[in-house]
Design a protein around this ligand. Sequence first.
Ligand code: GUN
Length: 283
Amino acid sequence: MIIDGKQISQSLKDAMKIEVDALAEQYGRRPCLMVIIVGDNPASRSYVRGKIKATEYCGFDGHLVELPEDVSEATLLAEINKLNNDPLVDGILVQLPLPKHISEDKVIAAISAEKDVDGFHPENVARLWLNQHCILPCTPKGIIELLDQAGVEMAGKKAVVIGRSNIVGKPVAKLLLDRNATVTIAHSRTKDLAAVCREADILVAAVGRAKMVTAEFVKPGAAVIDVGINRTEDGRLVGDVDYEAVLPVAGAITPVPGGVGPMTITMLMRNTIECFLNRMNNK
Ligand code: GUN
């Protein structure tokens, strides 16, 4: 089975569009997401376009704030502070990576935790690991949603996550653990990685290397979630999984593009609604 992230994402956005109209009616305003981009990295530009497009599609307020590559850290922090204090702004996202002269840690920490729609703020990260109410990071949240929608059971299953980044590997492992999977976090230095992965009922690949996961990594019938975004020499977008080789072995698999990617943006929309509701209900 191919898990169609694009289609699942579309139906979730259609439902949110209707929900947002009802929220506007009930609360007298729409959820508002502000996206900040610094410089003109083409990949970041393209991601941000997708985020703004989804914001408009779902009927949110908000827009893009464009700052030049050489903007000072102080100016960026002042812009964030202004949005933190704006009662009509529910979500703030600063597209990463940032230019070298700006501290990403400082920027992430400067965003008010209750408006941190990415779920990157240390307070949200801590709350996730403490099982407290928090904003979940979008990609891990999207992966769990895909598994749910595809009817993949997590409780009692073995999950292997390849990759230990703060944005994907570690939080997705925590969310799988919360769904009662038994989780192994593997990485590039894991000995006999293929054998470790072959134990998995659910395999999540988030390493950033094309065709790293071959058929010998996959237990027959396993669910394979490909979080990779890699460019081939001829400019095609491919994941971390050797898709053609793994497809006949896997029980379920997410394609790239059209798998996890669209879900990340959709969960960003979901988080914006949650931030709006938390703020309107003063939680
Ligand atoms: N750059 C790549 N992915 C992301 C993301 O999910 N959020 C932000 N803010 N920047 C990113």
